[in-house]
Design a protein around this ligand. Structure first.
Ligand SMILES: Cc1ncc(C[n+]2csc(CCOP(=O)(O)OP(=O)(O)O)c2C)c(N)n1
Length: 557
């Protein structure tokens, strides 16, 4: 990367874009606004690809997905009030999922600040509770400094979102800013004393478990974790939506601790005498609604290794807190010599296989577990599956198998509408890989407009829309708490396959399980952004429960 030599002739906008190039940014996701025209102009010849989205919600989620996938901050540009408020979804996801991203927002001219000018917003107030840092670049000469600070803040410790606002008039002024160099996340290594304490705990433990989660991993670091687990005979489970951190066929794999987790896995973790939580925050869904560990003192010895010191002891008092980045912790674990006889991990892995191997019966003509098993058998190991939120995702978690690092793109915070923008971003990054967005019917239309973005950039993602004509998750809760009183959860849906065709894509409808495979193959063969509209019976509301069964049970109690 060459650093711009002639610092004097650049505008603040040019310095900003040069800084993005120096930081290795390959794509930016945006909806344009008149408030940041100088940046759009500087991007034009920068070599950085611009993906113009149809809604800032989609753009911010694409940037978040880019950050989650690459480990480098995802970049999103939006305009003032309307753009910033629409973009807040991606910022919430980046905060909850600990993903590095930077949202750049246009701002009114400095001379009009505080007048409640057209679309003026106080970004510090609005994003203050979400982002790690919110600031405004008021001095063109400080542009590189502030963009570099945005990168280092997004990448530091527990990673997350940063918001920088850009007053319109400032962007076209000359800037004397000197470029800042490429910024890497600081790796925090565990201390020798802590590793010695961990060795003692391992030597004493009879029923240890590893919980793997969070970001900041690499394939190599996860390989070191697998080696450690083998050396010490430790079952490994993964936290919510981080199943891709451990190979599902590995004999130490015990399954994922997410929504509707395998009850045998939950019982196994509860009964363990030592839990090593590596990189995982131990969030609400991973901790099974804060029931897995006693609060504040877990029933077992808890070793919590995490890159952000503020997360250690947030809810659970760890027996041993280790402030370390996942990569540095994995390296230290790989160096440990085992002092205990390796336990038999076969039962834990067998419980995972028993839970996920075979399809479950389902009312109606479409069986989602059979579809997921078909996908797991047909898709290449490096295929990326993106999804939003809804009960349908339970079939992915249980029956699909993520065999490569970062092939699972979902949100830890359960944000509907994530699948489509995430898939667009993934296909833009990896045109040669299969990218599938699995959506619920409610979920899909939250960001279904980004199908137009996929079509515009010729990104042949395959969107599967699982249509049960209801916001099924909420209907499920409704039947539990207000049996038989359906209210505000029914949907009347369009023909999603026809919608895909009207967007210039491929569309197919599926009403029987057997029709799914040919529809998927035809979608792949089309080379177009595709939608497979799968209509299934809402009665089969989870892999193990029916709506009428939930209602009957609720009426009995
Ligand atoms: C942006 C957003 N809005 C609302 C919710 C609350 N919510 C969670 S799941 C769900 C229903 C999802 O319905 P659908 O996509 O049809 O999937 P299903 O549950 O039927 O499988 C809702 C409304 C959410 N998680 N995210």
């Amino acid at each position: 990367m060459t650093i711009h030599a002639d610092v004097v002739t650049r505008t603040a906008a040019t310095v900003l874009v040069d800084q993005l190039r120096i930081q290795g940014t390959t794509h930016v996701f945006c909806v344009p606004g008149e408030s940041y025209l100088p940046v759009l102009d500087a991007l034009r010849d920068s070599g950085i690809k611009i993906i113009v989205c149809r809604n800032e919600g989609g753009a911010s989620m694409m940037a978040e997905a880019y950050g989650k996938q690459t480990g480098r901050p995802g970049i999103c540009f939006v305009t003032r009030g309307p753009g910033a408020t629409n973009a807040s979804g991606g910022i919430h996801i980046a905060q909850q999922d600990s993903t590095p991203m930077i949202l750049f927002v246009g701002q009114v001219e400095r001379e009009n600040r505080g007048r409640d000018a057209f679309q003026e917003m106080d970004y510090r107030a609005f994003f203050g509770g979400l982002a790690k840092w919110v600031a405004e670049v008021n001095e063109p000469d400080r542009m590189a400094e502030m963009v570099a600070h945005a990168f280092s803040t997004a990448l530091a410790g527990r990673q997350g979102p940063v918001v920088l606002s850009l007053p319109h008039d400032m962007l076209s002024l000359p800037s004397q800013s000197a470029d800042a160099p490429f910024i890497e996340a600081v790796e925090t290594a565990p201390g020798l004393v802590q590793m010695a304490a961990l060795e003692d705990l391992l030597a004493e433990s009879a029923r240890p478990m590893v919980i793997l989660g969070g970001g900041r991993w690499s394939e190599a670091a996860l390989g070191e974790i697998a080696q450690f687990a083998e050396n010490f005979g430790m079952p490994v489970c993964t936290s919510f939506r981080r199943a891709h951190h451990f190979h599902p066929s590995h004999s130490n794999y015990a399954g994922d601790l997410g929504l509707a987790a395998n009850p045998k896995l939950v019982a196994r973790v509860k009964a363990s005498d030592l839990v090593i939580a590596a990189g995982a925050r131990l969030s609400e869904l991973t901790s099974q609604g804060y029931t897995l560990f006693d609060i504040p003192n877990p029933q077992m010895k808890l070793v919590h290794a995490y890159p952000g010191a503020e997360e250690l002891g947030r809810v659970y008092r760890p027996h041993l807190a280790i402030h370390a980045s996942p990569k540095a912790f994995a390296r230290a674990l790989a160096g440990l010599k085992t002092r205990r006889a390796s336990a038999d991990v076969t039962p834990a892995h067998q419980e995972y296989l028993d839970w996920s191997e075979k399809p479950m019966p389902q009312p109606g003509d479409v069986n989602l577990s059979e579809i997921m098993i078909w996908l797991r058998e047909q898709l290449p190991d490096d295929a990326i599956i993106c999804n939003g939120a809804g009960n349908y995702s339970g079939w992915i978690h249980r029956f699909y198998r993520f065999r490569r690092f970062n092939t699972q793109m979902g949100t830890v915070c359960g944000f509907m509408g994530y699948g489509m923008p995430a898939a667009v971003a993934m296909k833009a990054l990896y045109p040669e890989r299969t990218v599938v967005a699995v959506n619920g019917d409610g979920d899909f239309l939250m960001n279904g407009q980004e199908l137009a973005t996929a079509a515009q950039y010729k990104l042949p993602i395959i969107a599967v829309v699982l249509d049960n004509s209801t916001l099924g998750t909420i209907r499920m809760h409704q039947e539990r708490e207000y049996p038989g009183r359906v209210s505000g959860t029914d949907l009347v849906n369009p023909d999603f396959a026809a919608m895909a065709r009207s967007f210039g894509g491929f569309g197919a409808s599926v009403e029987k399980t057997a029709d799914f495979a040919p529809a998927f193959e035809a979608a792949e063969a089309s080379g177009l952004a595709s939608v497979i509209h799968v209509k299934f019976d809402a009665e089969g509301i989870t892999p193990t429960a029916t709506l009428s069964g939930i209602r009957a049970k609720a009426l009995r109690t």
